[in-house]
Design a protein around this ligand. Structure first.
Ligand code: 0T9
Length: 380
């Protein structure tokens, strides 16, 4: 493969073979240095809000359909960051740092142009399997997003197939005090280009955004050579509540989630992510607590960035050994790790209620409920 450094060719081949044989969870596989990212998975929920103005604009919707359309527009506009940004910043998809239990990530997007301050709280709520819980809020717009993210991986046709486990719920409180909820399911990923050492993500199959108002977005994803000649293609249908009167019109949108899309009927621009996005603002590493991601991984990340992989590996082992010791101590004392910001619940009533409207599978899922106890950063 082209992108694989000569000295890492055999380890890369070995690595691909081990991916093919280990199914389910790839997070703890040891990968060759050239494919390592210095960023932990706990930072990934920030991708949900790198266009904070689109998140804030949801509250400006004047009808249930208008708001459902704005939620869809915000969602589609996050996909470029979520799934192609490592290729842009690091040349290819890379293996993120595997978060430790209790790892935290806090951030915010400042108030600008009256959009309000948006804040982010992330906690690694499980190490094995890895599960990341997150909460994003724009209090002045009365919009919240809560979710958790896990993955089940398999290998097929030379690609890694990633089924995303978990979901997100978005809630907007309307001027009359009524809440409108949205259940957001997540697309399937195919990681291609592995043999050449230059992996990238393509999205596949279907994801949904179901509003409590009844409006449903059905989003279909395709890569090159299916219904479009282009990669990163989607088609979304926004359909009215079941049994709605004839005055309610469906809409559809299509295009590329990494560039632009339009209203299928009118041709009007729907999403355009060709302009700059806003990365999350995070406290200086020196000011962070020991469980905060960038402080926790500082030496490992520095080693990876500077090509000092011996230091990176040594520091990573130190963190992992410390974790193992912690788990042993807890077992000996018959205690368990206490989560800081989230409480696990076996059932999510909102998932069940909204999922029923479009026959979500599975019919029920667990959830991590935010405890409203995140740090107050700049008045958040
Ligand atoms: C939620 C996102 C998720 C996390 C990552 C599959 C993956 C871990 C999960 C799904 C975010 O909202 C969106 C984007 C990228 C996803 C990652 C891409 C990836 O490769 C990793 C997996 C665990 C690997 O590291 C596989 C090995 C690697 C060598 C391939 C580059």
């Amino acid at each position: 493969g082209d992108a694989v450094p000569a000295s890492q060719k055999s380890t890369w081949t070995q690595f691909i073979k081990s991916i093919a044989s280990v199914s389910g969870d790839l997070s703890s596989l040891t990968a060759p240095p050239f494919i390592l990212s210095p960023v932990s998975l706990t930072e990934f929920p920030a991708y949900w809000c790198e266009r904070p103005e689109l998140f804030a604009a949801i509250s400006e919707g004047t009808t249930p359909k208008d708001r459902a359309k704005r939620v869809l527009k915000w969602f589609i506009s996050t996909l470029k960051g979520q799934y192609t940004s490592r290729n842009e910043t690091m040349g290819s998809e890379k293996k993120p740092l595997n978060p430790v239990l209790g790892e935290l990530f806090y951030g915010q997007w400042p108030d600008k142009n009256g959009r309000g301050l948006t804040s982010l709280v992330v906690e690694q709520v499980s190490h094995h399997p890895p599960i990341t819980a997150y909460y994003i809020a724009n209090p002045s717009r009365k919009i919240t997003l809560q979710g958790h993210s896990a993955q089940k991986t398999s290998f097929s046709g030379g690609n890694i197939i990633v089924k995303q486990v978990g979901h997100a719920t978005l809630t907007v409180t309307l001027p009359d005090g009524q809440k409108e909820d949205y259940l957001i399911t997540l697309p399937r990923l195919r990681i291609e280009g592995l043999w050449f050492g230059s992996p990238y993500i393509e999205l596949a199959e279907t994801s949904y955004i179901q509003s409590s108002s009844g409006w449903l977005s059905t989003i279909k994803y395709q890569g090159k050579g299916y219904f479009s000649g282009k990669s990163h293609t989607f088609k979304a249908d926004l359909t009215p509540p079941i049994g709605a009167g004839s005055g309610t019109q469906a809409s559809s949108y299509e295009g590329q989630w990494n560039t632009t899309s339009k209203d299928t009927k009118t041709g009007a621009v729907f999403t355009d992510v060709t302009g700059p996005k806003e990365e999350v603002t995070v406290r200086q590493v020196e000011e962070q607590g020991e469980w905060e991601s960038r402080a926790l991984w500082f030496k490992v990340a520095k080693g990876i960035r500077e090509g000092d992989f011996d230091t990176a590996a040594r520091e990573k082992s130190r963190i992992e050994n410390e974790q193992r010791q912690r788990r042993r101590d807890e077992a000996a004392a018959s205690t368990t790790w206490q989560l800081k910001h989230f409480v696990h619940q076996d059932e999510d009533p909102l998932y069940e209620r909204l999922g029923r409207l479009f026959k979500a599978l599975p019919p029920t899922e667990d959830t991590y409920v935010y405890q409203n106890n995140g740090p107050t950063i700049g008045g958040a």
